[in-house]
Design a protein around this ligand. Structure first.
Ligand code: UN1
Length: 494
């Protein structure tokens, strides 16, 4: 089967990498289906992309923000028209089911409209001056060239969280999509171009992280870095950025807990657990990977969850009736297999799954069976470490206080959920769960783009994507004083 060759986008031109090397983008549901061939870029390619972004910045920063926003509105409209095509292509490269890839494109559409609205706000502040006939204000200024490193699990939504706020604020960008899912970033950026984005404002460089991502982080021309991925890589990105005094936004791992108390609506909690743990085949940083069950309802809930997990239809995500697609690649299969084994070695009980699906329709893909582990203790590795697969651990508790302690007893703090009918419990969850996101009577996944997204502890470094937090990252405050007294006025002295 022939496939298309994609090139880097630098200064509005499609160019091959200086390395002369390429890599293949493979459909995880069918390894014989090659989605495309992409450039394996290196430092030289990154340097050219940064220079193009620096050149474009000179004019882009002067385009009025409402005009920059018009391009985002048109991008939103075009994405609506192209939603089905882009969703199909995303399922082909990433594997998640078509309903979810439509949702991924929808998240980019929502972000386009939300950030376009900011073009007519981008509010600053006026503040009284301590001196007469002097005016003081703080205005948001763009940062400059922003470097972006995106993950494979939300191949269009997450690049849109990074690109759209950066653009409306007047920055130019160099983005490196994940190696497993570059096509969706190409589709997103092509849409921006079709909507009127000038040349060089967004540049794409594809390739392997250490070769193409690292030079973005360390390049002196890149003024801010936004990274979504593992905590392991995020630590390196953060340290490199810090060594160069660059603002750096890190969104990393999770080990998200759902607490189900004995006063919960159990059917609702069950629906939430299935969606939270097995949606996107567990490959969300917000995925439910620990379910903390009150012992009074544990047996009943466990039995029903296992029945639901076993009944899930796993397969090619392009089939509308499929409920769970493949894992992204062999490495993720290895991780899910390894952790299923570690859990059992630690004393957990495997109730279903725990292994790759390799027969018949699964033979050419990277499919893993929905996995439920019971009898998990909070200190076990399976309860502490991120798997990023369809593997969920059940932990029993005797009280709400104990559940809160277990939920908080990890290094991560992204998303959390509580199922309870008691309003007092709901407010305590809001206050006491150590996480960037808490849901009450809803699963740990499904954040909306106009609210801050991010986490505490080793999940992030304090920045937020989504909401106005994104504007804080992609702008820098400038304080401006205008003295109209026609004389020297000395602050703190006169
Ligand atoms: C991620 O898992 O990296 O909240 C992002 C959610 C989605 C975004 C997840 N809207 O589950």
């Amino acid at each position: 089967m022939s496939h298309e060759l994609y090139k880097n986008l630098i200064g509005g031109q499609w160019v091959t990498a200086k390395t002369g090397k390429t890599f293949l983008n493979i459909n995880p549901a069918d390894k014989n289906d090659i989605v495309g061939e992409f450039q394996s870029s290196g430092a030289e390619d990154v340097d050219a992309a940064v220079k193009a972004a620096e050149a474009a910045y000179k004019t882009w920063r002067l385009v009025p923000a409402p005009k920059r926003a018009e391009i985002l509105y048109r991008t939103g409209q075009l994405l609506e028209q192209r939603k089905e095509q882009y969703a199909q292509e995303m399922t082909r490269e990433m594997g998640k089911v078509i309903a979810e890839t439509r949702g991924d494109v929808q998240e980019a559409i929502d972000t386009a409209y939300y950030m376009a609205g900011e073009g007519r706000r981008l509010f600053g502040q006026t503040t009284p001056s301590e001196l007469q006939n002097k005016f003081a204000m703080s205005v948001r200024m763009p940062v400059g060239v922003c470097g972006m490193i995106a993950p494979w699990n939300f191949p269009m939504a997450i690049p849109s969280w990074k690109l759209f706020p950066a653009l409306v604020c007047g920055n130019t960008c160099v983005i490196k999509p994940a190696e497993d899912t570059p096509l969706s970033t190409f589709n997103l950026v092509q849409t921006l171009i079709d909507a009127g984005l000038p040349k060089g404002v967004v540049n794409i460089v594809t390739g392997y992280g250490p070769d193409a991502g690292a030079p973005i982080v360390s390049h002196p021309g890149v003024r801010a870095v936004s990274f979504t991925g593992s905590s392991e890589v995020g630590r390196i990105v953060g340290q490199t950025a810090a060594a160069n005094f660059k603002p750096c936004s890190l969104e990393m791992g999770g080990k998200n807990a759902m607490i189900v108390l004995d006063d919960a609506n159990l059917d609702l909690a069950l629906d939430g657990a299935v969606w939270g743990a097995f949606g996107t085949a567990g490959q969300r940083c917000t995925a439910t990977s620990r379910i903390i069950l009150h012992k009074k309802i544990a047996a009943d809930f466990t039995e029903k969850l296992v029945a639901r997990a076993k009944a899930l239809k796993v397969g090619n995500g392009l089939d509308e009736s499929t409920e769970m697609g493949p894992q992204i690649n062999e490495q993720q299969i290895e991780t899910s297999t390894k952790y299923s084994k570690i859990a059992q070695d630690e004393g957990a009980k495997l109730l279903c799954g725990g292994a790759r699906l390799a027969d018949g329709p699964y033979a050419n893909g990277t499919f893993f069976a929905p996995t439920v582990l019971a009898g998990v203790k909070p200190t076990m590795r399976i309860a502490q470490e991120e798997v990023f697969g369809p593997v969920v651990s059940l932990i029993e508790c005797s009280s709400f206080d104990e559940a809160l302690g277990i939920a908080n007893g990890i290094q991560y703090g992204l998303s959390t959920a509580l199922y309870s009918r008691d309003v007092n419990h709901a407010y305590r969850a809001m206050r006491d769960l150590e996480a960037g996101i808490t849901y009450v009577n809803a699963p740990t996944i499904g954040a909306e783009v106009h609210l801050p997204f991010g986490g505490v502890k080793q999940t992030g470094n304090g920045h937020r994507e989504g909401g106005t937090g994104a504007l804080d990252f992609y702008t820098t405050w400038k304080s401006v004083y205008v003295d109209y007294s026609d004389k020297l006025q000395r602050a703190q002295i006169d």
